[in-house]
Design a protein around this ligand. Sequence first.
Ligand code: C5P
Length: 304
Amino acid sequence: MTRRLSVTVRAPAKINLHLGVGAPRADGFHPLTTVYQAISLYDDLRATAGQGWAVDTRVADYIDATVLPAPGHNIVDRAAALLAVHGDCAVSGAVRVDKTIPVAGGMAGGSADAAAALVSLDRIWGLGTTDTELLRIAAQLGSDVPFALVGGTALGSGRGEKVASVIDQGTWWWVVVPAADGLSTPEVYRHFDRMFPDASPEPAPAGDLLLALATRDPRRLAAALHNDLQLPALDLRPDLARVISRGEAAGALRGIVSGSGPTCVFLCESGEHARAVAADVATAHDVVLVAHGPVAGAHLMEPG
Ligand code: C5P
């Protein structure tokens, strides 16, 4: 593999088409059966070889930069440190992250950045780390990070870190409505525990969702969407119920909270339908995005 001086890696946001959550394990994490889909909202990370280490993060105008972690405590710093240990090399380079994935939104934006950091730094440090090793390091960084590497549509198990791609020949269109204030993922899981103290250790299976995906029929998929974190997220943030009603009143097939929220996503019939729903919802919400999935996981952009 060729070592490059500068590379740009693009990594996608995820939504959970199915998110079955079981009672917490001994380590505090919740067992999941989830179906992830990577959608066409991206963070781009440009890494340039050089002495020293610096991470500069820029955000789209609809993202509140004040909620980003302090420099040095970013998941990109942690990804660099873990990869350097694995590669037995020093952390070095200049990294610039351009974010369009909502922060603390339930769309795994931080996980996308971690995956992009692993792929880009592996290249500029000339390590040639195998996919298996990258996935292992990714799992140490966060439950959603392996999926950000794999992309497409995938079945997630364990705490979400074990991913297996599934065949998905559809192109699914989504309207995405981020919220001004983020939600903390651990807080939503804790609220799930309070609301469902008798939850089964076995998360709800994803069979119906996988069957619906195979039909390539958006109405079937809409009916099969499932998120066990939706009730806790709505209980913490009752305003989200109005967001979902608004999108469904605008003609979306179905709206759900994305992951632990607060971003809400709306499945539509087609790109044209999604743009019409988005235009309608935009009369009530400042930020309304249109995206499609599945798209590729973290990948190099050419030319570097
Ligand atoms: O793995 P990740 O760092 O993304 O997880 C963030 C937090 O979300 C965990 O510390 C935990 O509180 C919660 N979580 C969980 N069960 C999961 C995934 C995340 O309880 N399967």
